[in-house]
Each structure stands twice: as structure tokens, then as C-alpha cells.
Design a protein around this ligand. Structure first.
Ligand SMILES: C[S@@+](CC[C@H](N)C(=O)[O-])C[C@H]1O[C@@H](n2cnc3c(N)ncnc32)[C@H](O)[C@@H]1O
Length: 286
């Protein structure tokens, strides 16, 4: 079902929320110049702002196993969409929706909300969803801010006509830019935003159990150096610099524990061959 709020907000236009950054001068923006381990930092978004093509090449060359991941996502999403019509879905850190757009178009969604802190990617996502059978809303925002704002609207006191519960939320390769305490806040904020039969899909890179960040980064850099030869050297360098500075993957089981503490039961739907990429299905705990 769609609320008047959702309908009014739904358009192919990009929306900026009140708590959001100004895109006018990134160098003057305190939030963008904050340390990389905080929520959104200039460094963590640089790869996406300036070099989206490099990430696209990584995906197109299947260097992070996006093909196998997409098959697992597709199976789950089409199963969820095979029955009654669904409510709204949100994709957090949507990027250009390169992975999801062809699948989402086939779902009986009431609408789609794409959220990303890199404003420049939102028109690319909008173009991929052009002509979709449901409305789309594109929001230039930090995903934690958006999640907490949505929860606040859902839990307003006295209760208002807040947004409808979401049927589906996905977050693909974006959460690892947040430190663990902010990952936990996202998980806590999203829990009341979902319908009781809704689900959250997290695809991301994870550290092995007991592996510290430094060991993970070294392992991933080694993988890039030895197995990503198809990617031009300059792009390998860009990706390596980006992940050294801005990737904070959670430890696999620790992430499930964070999720359990935030009210989610979870299980792994897919695990990549390199002990890093994986897909976790999270459902509200009974
Ligand atoms: C690796 S890309 C993944 C894009 C897309 N989800 C996919 O799987 O193809 C990460 C995306 O997350 C966005 N992002 C990173 N940190 C974010 C944050 N805190 N809030 C919102 N978006 C964020 C980046 O701008 C980028 O578009």
C-alpha cells in the first residue's frame, strides 16, 4: 500500500533531505572532510564521485563475483515478488543500480526509493529505471541519516500518517564504508521501518572471523595485484587506494551478532569464493 506521503514524494526527481550535505563546494563541507572512519567522508566517496567508471569495470569484469551474487539476489527477490503485490522497497547506497535495475523492473513493487550520498550517480540510476511500472524516488543522502529519519517518522509521537512499512530493503556494497557502531545504528533504525514479513538484503565484503582490518586489506590488495590483471593498472591503483583508506568491513559472525542485537534473524544466502563478498538475508526476529 502507498501512503499519500509516499505518493507525493515519488517522482523521477532527486530529493535532498534537510540533514544533507551541500554539494556546492565539497572542499568546504565539514561532513565530507571528516575522517574516513566516520560515516560519510570525502575520501570514501571519491572513487564514486570521480571514477565511477573504475567501479563499473570491476563489476563488468566480474572481479567481485557480481554475476553469482546477482543470481542469488534475483532468486530471492523473484520468490518474494511471486505472490501478492509488494509495498515499497528502498535500496541504500544504490549507485547506478547497475546490478538491481533489471530485476527490480520485474517486481510488483508499490514504489522504489534509491538513496545514495554521491549525488552524481542518482541520474544514472533514474535512467536505468525509466519507464518502470512503479514510481521511483531518488534521494541524495547518507544512508544512516535517511534510515534514522525514516524511523523517526514511523515512530512519531503522537503518531502521524508516517511512511508505510517497507517490504524490501537492500544495501549492496555500501555498509562497509561505515564503522561498526554506525552499521549497528543502521540496523537498529531499519528494523521498525520494515513490514513484519519484510526483509533486508545486505551484500557486502566481510572480514573473516578473527581477521583484523589490516590483514583483510593486505589480503584484498594481494588479490587485486595477482588476479585483477584485466583491470587497467591505473584503475587497480584507484581501487586499492580507495579500499585501503575507506573500507571497514565487518567480521562475518560479529555482523550477525550486531544484527541479532538490533532485532534481526539472519542467514547467509551466498558466499563468494574469496572469503570476502557475501550476501546476508535479514528478517525481523519474531
Ligand atoms: C560500491 S558502490 C555500490 C553501488 C551499488 N549498490 C552496486 O552494488 O552496484 C557503493 C555506493 O554506496 C554509496 N555510499 C557509500 N557510503 C554511503 C553512505 N554512507 N550513504 C549513502 N551512500 C553511500 C557510494 O556513493 C556508492 O554509490
Amino acid at each position: 500500500m502507498t501512503t499519500p506521503n509516499d505518493q507525493a514524494a515519488a517522482s523521477q526527481a532527486t530529493t535532498r533531505q534537510p540533514s544533507q550535505r551541500s554539494a556546492a563546494d565539497p572542499d568546504q563541507d565539514p561532513e565530507l572532510t571528516a575522517p574516513a572512519a566516520s560515516n560519510v567522508s570525502r575520501g570514501s566517496l571519491e572513487l564514486f564521485t570521480r571514477s565511477w567508471q573504475a567501479y563499473r569495470h570491476v563489476v563488468d569484469l566480474d572481479l567481485m563475483e557480481h554475476r553469482a551474487l546477482t543470481r542469488a539476489l534475483e532468486a530471492l527477490l523473484l520468490e518474494r515478488g511471486g505472490g501478492a503485490p509488494l509495498g515499497w522497497m528502498a535500496d541504500l547506497g544504490c549507485g547506478d543500480l547497475g546490478l538491481l535495475a533489471p530485476i527490480l523492473r520485474r517486481l510488483p513493487l508499490a514504489g522504489l526509493i534509491g538513496v545514495d550520498a554521491t549525488a552524481a550517480v542518482l541520474p544514472l540510476a533514474a535512467a536505468r529505471m525509466e519507464g518502470s511500472p512503479f514510481p521511483c524516488q531518488w534521494i541524495d543522502s547518507d544512508l544512516l541519516d535517511w534510515s534514522e529519519a525514516r524511523r523517526a517518522q514511523r515512530e512519531s509521537d503522537p503518531p502521524g500518517p508516517g511512511p508505510e512499512p517497507l517490504s524490501l530493503v537492500s544495501c549492496l556494497f555500501a555498509l562497509h564504508h561505515l564503522d561498526d557502531s554506525n552499521k549497528q545504528r543502521v540496523l537498529e533504525a531499519l528494523r521498525p521501518c520494515l513490514a513484519p514479513d519484510g526483509c533486508l538484503l545486505v551484500a557486502d565484503v566481510f572480514r573473516g572471523d578473527g581477521e583484523d582490518r589490516q590483514a583483510y586489506i593486505q589480503r584484498y590488495l594481494q588479490r587485486i595485484a595477482s588476479q585483477w590483471q584485466e583491470l587497467p593498472a591505473a584503475e587497480r591503483q584507484l581501487v586499492g587506494d580507495h579500499l585501503s583508506a575507506s573500507d571497514f568491513p565487518a567480521e562475518r559472525e560479529q555482523f550477525r551478532q550486531l544484527a541479532a542485537a538490533a532485532g534481526w534473524q539472519s542467514h547467509w544466502l551466498w558466499n563468494g569464493r574469496h572469503g570476502a563478498e557475501a550476501l546476508l538475508l535479514l528478517e525481523p526476529s519474531p
